[in-house]
Design a protein around this ligand. Structure first.
Ligand code: SF4
Ligand code: URA
Length: 206
């Protein structure tokens, strides 16, 4: 898709925040456009920065495995991050970096037009579930402006901690069920969804 290709080229040349100076490669994201499901992680790590592709390290391998278990391939979903350049030593992205990068994510969402957005970890969750705790709300989707937003723990959390692994794998089963329900009755799903939030709240969510 030409518009997405142009957007990714823009991201690769971006210097809108300090992360642009430290990167090897920007990591715009990849996957089909449009796509039914979009995954939003936190930011590139070492391997992603080296290769310019999202989720290619250990967490990425686990993500591919999780997708496989519910009958999806990596190539079926769009995958990106809240910030497109690697924070030094994999530190958390700063609020000003997230804000500088947000317009790219907004444009990607508009182009991908996902039915479901899966947020991986706290930073991508904050956009749709401000002020909420991931331990409380993981695995419970919320319908926001025509998109089902599905909060999950970051797959990296499951790599070394069996407790998280179990929760992540259960949440993936819930995701599979949501997908199936949407395929079966997309109209009914929309009708039975909660009313859309008032305009002020919508602005803060998107
Ligand atoms: Fe630009 Fe985003 Fe990279 Fe910052 S993180 S330089 S805003 S692409
Ligand atoms: N972790 C992320 O949040 N994003 C990636 O692309 C890789 C690891």
């Amino acid at each position: 898709m030409q518009e997405m290709a142009n957007l990714c080229a823009e991201i690769r040349a971006c210097q809108k925040c300090d992360l642009g100076r430290g990167r090897t490669n920007a990591v715009p994201g990849e996957g089909p456009v449009p796509a039914r499901i979009m995954f939003i992680g936190e930011g590139p790590g070492y391997h992603e920065d080296q290769q310019g592709r999202p989720f290619v390290g250990a967490a990425g391998q686990y993500l591919s495995e999780l997708l496989g278990r519910i009958g999806l391939r990596r190539e079926d979903v769009y995958i990106t991050n809240v910030v497109k350049c690697r924070p030094p030593r994999n530190r958390d992205p700063l609020p000003e970096e997230i804000e500088a990068c947000q317009p790219y994510l907004d444009r990607q969402i508009a182009l991908v037009q996902p039915a479901i957005i899966v947020t991986l970890g706290r930073y991508s969750m904050a956009r749709y579930f401000p002020g909420q705790s991931i331990s409380r709300i993981h695995g419970v989707p919320k319908y926001v402006n025509g998109i089902w937003c599905f909060p999950m723990f970051h797959p990296a959390a499951g790599l070394h901690q069996p407790r998280y692994r179990t929760m992540i794998e259960e949440d993936f089963q819930k995701l599979a069920k949501l997908l199936k329900d949407l395929e079966r009755a997309p109209k009914a799903e929309e009708e039975s969804s909660p009313p859309t939030p008032p305009p002020a709240q919508q602005l803060s969510l998107f």
